[in-house]
Design a binder for this molecule. Structure first.
Ligand SMILES: [Zn+2]
Length: 80
Protein backbone atom coordinates (compact mmCIF):
# COMPACT_ATOMS: atom_id res chain seq x y z
CA UNK A 1 0.00 0.00 0.00
CA UNK A 2 3.05 2.22 -0.33
CA UNK A 3 2.06 5.18 -2.48
CA UNK A 4 4.26 6.97 -4.98
CA UNK A 5 4.25 10.01 -2.72
CA UNK A 6 5.60 7.99 0.22
CA UNK A 7 9.08 8.97 1.31
CA UNK A 8 9.88 6.43 4.00
CA UNK A 9 12.98 6.48 6.15
CA UNK A 10 14.30 3.28 7.67
CA UNK A 11 14.33 3.49 11.46
CA UNK A 12 15.48 -0.06 12.22
CA UNK A 13 16.36 -3.20 10.33
CA UNK A 14 17.18 -6.79 11.30
CA UNK A 15 17.17 -10.23 9.69
CA UNK A 16 13.55 -10.64 10.86
CA UNK A 17 11.92 -7.33 10.02
CA UNK A 18 12.42 -3.69 9.21
CA UNK A 19 10.59 -0.57 10.33
CA UNK A 20 10.17 2.47 8.12
CA UNK A 21 8.35 5.71 8.78
CA UNK A 22 6.55 7.90 6.23
CA UNK A 23 6.28 11.54 7.31
CA UNK A 24 3.72 12.29 4.60
CA UNK A 25 1.27 9.65 5.85
CA UNK A 26 2.47 9.69 9.48
CA UNK A 27 2.45 5.91 9.30
CA UNK A 28 4.94 3.25 10.34
CA UNK A 29 5.64 0.54 7.75
CA UNK A 30 6.59 -2.71 9.48
CA UNK A 31 8.00 -5.20 6.97
CA UNK A 32 7.84 -8.84 8.06
CA UNK A 33 8.93 -11.06 5.20
CA UNK A 34 6.43 -10.56 2.37
CA UNK A 35 3.98 -8.79 4.67
CA UNK A 36 3.94 -5.07 5.40
CA UNK A 37 1.84 -3.78 8.29
CA UNK A 38 0.93 -0.11 8.67
CA UNK A 39 0.48 1.56 12.04
CA UNK A 40 -0.28 5.06 13.23
CA UNK A 41 2.34 6.20 15.77
CA UNK A 42 -0.07 5.83 18.69
CA UNK A 43 -0.98 2.30 17.60
CA UNK A 44 2.66 1.41 16.93
CA UNK A 45 3.56 2.49 20.46
CA UNK A 46 0.90 0.16 21.89
CA UNK A 47 2.16 -2.66 19.63
CA UNK A 48 5.73 -2.24 20.92
CA UNK A 49 4.54 -2.18 24.52
CA UNK A 50 2.52 -5.34 23.95
CA UNK A 51 5.48 -7.13 22.32
CA UNK A 52 7.79 -6.12 25.16
CA UNK A 53 5.25 -7.33 27.71
CA UNK A 54 4.97 -10.66 25.91
CA UNK A 55 8.77 -11.02 25.80
CA UNK A 56 9.11 -10.18 29.48
CA UNK A 57 6.48 -12.78 30.40
CA UNK A 58 8.14 -15.32 28.08
CA UNK A 59 11.43 -14.85 29.95
CA UNK A 60 9.52 -15.36 33.18
CA UNK A 61 7.90 -18.64 32.11
CA UNK A 62 10.90 -20.07 30.23
CA UNK A 63 12.38 -21.98 33.25
CA UNK A 64 9.23 -24.12 33.23
CA UNK A 65 10.05 -25.14 29.66
CA UNK A 66 13.84 -25.40 30.17
CA UNK A 67 14.04 -29.23 29.98
CA UNK A 68 12.07 -29.22 26.76
CA UNK A 69 14.10 -26.32 25.33
CA UNK A 70 17.45 -27.91 26.22
CA UNK A 71 16.38 -31.16 24.54
CA UNK A 72 15.53 -29.13 21.44
CA UNK A 73 18.94 -27.46 21.58
CA UNK A 74 20.69 -30.84 21.83
CA UNK A 75 18.86 -32.07 18.75
CA UNK A 76 19.82 -28.92 16.84
CA UNK A 77 23.43 -28.96 18.11
CA UNK A 78 23.97 -32.63 17.20
CA UNK A 79 23.22 -31.88 13.56
CA UNK A 80 26.50 -31.42 11.67
ZN1 LIG B 1 3.30 7.73 2.85
Amino acid sequence: MQRKSCHTETLARSEVCSVEYCRGCAVFHVNLGAVTLHFRPSTFRVLCTTLNTALARFRHVRPVLSSYASNQDEIVDSTP
